[in-house]
Design a protein around this ligand. Sequence first.
Ligand code: ADP
Length: 304
Amino acid sequence: VGELNPDVILSGPDVKPEPNKEKLVERFELTLGSSSAITACVLARLGMVVKFVSLVGNDEYGRFCVEQLNGYGVNTDCVRMTDREKTGVTFSLSTPADRSLLTYMGTIPLVEPSLIPLGDIAREADHLHFGSFFLQEGMKPHWLELFRQAREKGVTTSFDTGYDPRERWDREMIEPLLAHTDYFMPSETEAEHIFGTSDPAELANRLPAKRGTVALKRGSKGASLLGPSGAWLDAGAFRVAPIDTTGAGDSFNAGFLYAALHGEAAEQCLRFASACGALATLRIGGVQGAPTADEVREFMALQR
Ligand code: ADP
């Protein structure tokens, strides 16, 4: 791991590399990342038919991403490769206590509107999930339009904003999008950044009236669900001994969508999602060892 830029340290109470000091590790593992890719793989592992739309660099890392997605059974017909940019790589340092996202290398190739097969989505899909850093300049109006058209065609929608401390959230853009979103899945940190609070009661007041269900992810405190009626439902976290929390939120999203798209009641969606989130903390990286739906149910039964 080369020189560390302190501006891009995201978290980690016990691992705070000093500016410009090297942090050497004994070994590292290459795993598939990005919120939406993890959600896609976990959904496929749970048994859903998933198509992933993305752009990666035409390089070793890009090919690794496509191989991994295919390995989990995700359809990658809409994953394009570009020579313009390299696939982004993130180094994160995992310790038993926490995960520190240390540094990004390269840029994240930006998906252009022309890459999004709106016709196919409307024809083939029951659901459209968007999970990524939201503030990709130029794409915001397209996402709004995409969500609007998807809903018009009977496709349900969800999104997870992701968290990037270098970006400022744009509440004015997210609010119109929420009017076309069935499931909005922010973490507490994201809720703080967008709406200035993660307190459920306050958040309920600050969210626009025209919105779908909100699933608020609260780490080891569990998760809460705000239904369209305005009532909150809480689920405590399952008791686990985490080794790496990478992808817990993305796995939660997958679990929630799996249950919701199978018509489960809100309480069960929240519980199934929380189980997927908790199970994700027991593995290194976001996708390796992702559970099948039966494995999630077994875990839930044991924790009753
Ligand atoms: P994100 O990864 O987006 O920051 P969270 O850390 O809130 O999201 O994790 C998502 C969900 O995973 C939580 O709402 C919770 O259900 C589960 N989870 C996360 N961390 C733990 C933990 N330490 N113990 C049990 N469950 C956890």
